[in-house]
Design a protein around this ligand. Sequence first.
Ligand code: IZC
Ligand code: ZN
Length: 412
Amino acid sequence: MSSLLIHNIGMLATPEGLEARRGADQGSIRVLENAWIYTENGEIISYGTGNPPITFGEKLDAGGRLVTPGLVDAHTHLIFGGWRQNELAMKIRNVPYLDILAAGGGILSTVKATHAASEEALTEKASAALDEMLAFGTTTCEAKSGYGLCKKEELKQLKVIKKLNKEHPMDVAATFMGAHALPPEFKADRDGYLKLLCEEMIPAVSKQKLAKFCDVFCETGVFTAEESRRILECGKENGLIPKIHADEIDPIGGSQLAGEIGAISAEHLIVCPDAGIESMAKGGTIACLLPATSFYLNSTYAPARKMIEAGVPVALASDFNPGSCPCLNLQLVMNIACLKYRLTPEEVLTGVTLNAAAAIGMAEQVGSIDRAKQADLVIWDAPDLNYLCYRLGSNLAHTVIKKGVIYHGKNH
Ligand code: IZC
Ligand code: ZN
């Protein structure tokens, strides 16, 4: 048996429970001072304040620092070939994201680079990104396919995710996103691609158990709300839980659809209308917001406060991808969520831990410091939660613990 006692914790801050927290509960977290946490075999056994009752096993002195659950990144496009630094000059000249895509660039240029990369090369590249995420305090993430856009290449991406989930310390939840863009060869035959998705790709993903979720980019010039409904319903029939990229640039009905079909989460929601918020509240959909993307696209910010007030649980994620957000640092996402969404540090913490875990169906295993959950913890170079959300641009992760094992420790 391996055990670890983390003691001398200045502040322990965590949301509580096994499901997403909404409304006023999003900002109501447990805060303990002068605390300790005891873990065995990668699981949280007990925690408390004052002198720990445990004297045996490995000990880790938190040095009076803040400890939170490991962060959960519920939205990444982790597996891709190449980068898109060539788009920066276009962004500076205000060329819109969708114009770059319509001209065959954007997602489609990453599709070419991903096709050209071997499974081994993609694995190596994504593994390095996971290392970096872990060093920033992320201990669980989601990863999407979507740079294949044909059966063979989508399955290649999903196999990389499966391998990383097995071999890297990070837990990686897989999402099939063959509906990320219309492949150019189907430009004159949209229905042909929908048929390929529904009749070949989704059944193959499901049969090979390569993904838990199915996602669609519901956007002007990409997939309409009706097409998105067809794809997500087909995913559901094949056992894949629906997610949807909705209202990122234009409000074309994605958030309303999310609530109607009972999507586990809707992503982006930058221009989400009131009807979409209402539908998500009714359908129990989590709003997975990506504030670093708003920053990177120089766009407006999702109405996060309105969502919390309407009882929609808010999760926060990086959207790590080579186009609209080449950032995998959830600490920066936390800063922007405070400053631009006007969320409190407590609401933000719930957004990057428990609600993010719920958005990927893992709230029973990770996302909070509760007994019997995985011992996924971060010791921060911060005395309290306000400090973590207030500092900007540094990496404050001091020690990252995944399933009771210490992966990164900085010497100070
Ligand atoms: O590669 O541009 N929004 N999909 C939807 C993305 C951004 C990723 C990309
Ligand atoms: Zn995305």
